[in-house]
Design a binder for this molecule. Structure first.
Ligand SMILES: [Zn+2]
Length: 383
């Protein structure tokens, strides 16, 4: 049996800040080979990805995740060394504990118990990328078409991203918001502040534009999605003088959009607001993805019941939070996410409770049992 805590500690010890691997995938491969999995590497532009599978045909459950982690932030503020897998006060400390190396360790440990019990019919696969936390260009997005080409698409993808609020398993994510980022530069005419008649100050135009963007009501949200919102992330003039009207001002913003919006339409709305208020300006917008929502209510209910069987509580459904690789996978199959507590992800002193590691492993065992043993997927007859 694989110990989820030991495997977590090994993974945490790899300083795999995107795009580095630092031995993380090798650790997974060693465990998965021992369980009888076939492991395949996909290297794209220096990013390593792993696709591992056991069995054949349907039902097919895929676990998706990433071994890369975000940087430390202010390294001196960490109470415990972030890449050593320190256990203190019944918690495991380190970068990647919540997001999301422990979840991968829990799933592989769950597999070691599930596969040991009795034979199953179908396929279990893992799609693990090293390129989720940054651009996410050379990871999941590139491996999926290859798997699809082979006709190896899963009936359901379980993502181990942190989803839980107060107790592990109290919330499943069945969707995620999309993301658009933008940069706006307003131009004016530089000059002496005592002679405004010879100047054109771009700052008031920028402020009016940002106010209009900030207050714009894109929608009111849905039962699982928060309203689409634009947040301003920086405003810079770079003016070191107190008597000069600046020539330019630059602002950055990000929009998290829900299922009611299409990213391209949203860009048009932003464009028209800028045209109305910004005067002479440049606007650049980058679309990082639309929102997605899993609508397969049978599979959602299946997983909710599996979590309840392991924890005693029925998980809530949500679509809040950051973007994940679910935005790519959702084009191929239904996606449901279930993982650790969200609260310390990406923070200094990221950690998980030792009992949460055990609990998440139990949840994954229950999901495997429910998915393969009690409720064959509708597509099982295709094989
Ligand atoms: Zn993550």
């Amino acid at each position: 049996m694989i110990d989820p805590l030991l495997l977590s500690q090994k993974l945490i010890s790899c300083p795999s800040i995107t795009p580095k691997n630092e031995g993380a995938l090798e650790i997974l491969e060693d465990s998965l080979y021992a369980l009888g999995f076939t492991c395949e590497r996909f290297d794209f532009e220096g990013i390593v990805n792993l696709y591992a599978y056991i069995g054949s045909g349907h039902p097919h459950l895929c676990f998706a995740g990433h071994t890369d982690v975000v940087p430390l932030g202010e390294a001196s503020l960490w109470t415990h060394p972030p890449f050593q897998g320190v256990i203190h006060n019944d918690r495991l400390w380190g970068r990647g504990t919540a997001d999301m190396k422990c979840a991968i360790a829990c799933f592989i440990s769950a597999l070691s118990r599930f596969l040991n019990e009795k034979p199953f019919k179908g396929t279990i696969s893992l799609l693990i990328t090293g390129d989720e936390e940054k651009d996410a260009i050379h990871g999941t997005q590139r491996v999926l078409p290859i798997i699809a080409e082979r006709g190896h698409l899963p009936d359901l993808c379980l993502i181990g991203e942190p989803t839980s609020l107060n107790e592990v398993g109290d919330t499943l994510k069945i969707g995620r918001r999309g993301s658009v980022v933008g940069k706006l530069i307003c131009y004016g005419t530089q000059g002496h502040i005592a002679y405004p008649q010879y100047t054109d100050n771009p700052i008031p135009r920028m402020l009016n534009t940002l106010k209009a963007l900030y207050e714009y009501e894109f929608d009111k949200g849905t039962d699982v999605f928060e309203p689409t919102r634009l947040e301003i992330t920086s405003i810079d003039v770079g003016n070191t003088a107190s008597n000069i009207v600046p020539q330019r001002i630059e602002a950055h913003f990000g929009i998290r959009l829900n299922i009611l919006q299409d990213a391209k339409d949203l860009c048009e709305i932003v464009k028209s607001i800028c045209n109305e208020y910004a005067g002479k300006h440049d606007l650049q917008m980058t679309i990082h993805g639309n929102a997605f929502l899993t609508k397969d209510s049978d599979k959602i209910m299946l997983l909710q019941k599996a979590v309840q069987a392991a924890t005693g509580y029925f998980p809530a459904l949500s679509a809040t939070g950051a973007t994940t690789d679910g935005r790519f996978i959702s084009h191929y199959c239904p996606v449901i996410e279930c993982g650790m507590l969200e609260s310390t992800m990406h923070q200094v002193d990221e950690h998980v409770g030792l009992n949460d590691i055990q609990k998440l492993m139990s949840i994954y065992i229950s999901i495997l049992k429910v998915f393969f043993l009690s409720a064959p997927s509708p597509s099982a007859s295709e094989e």
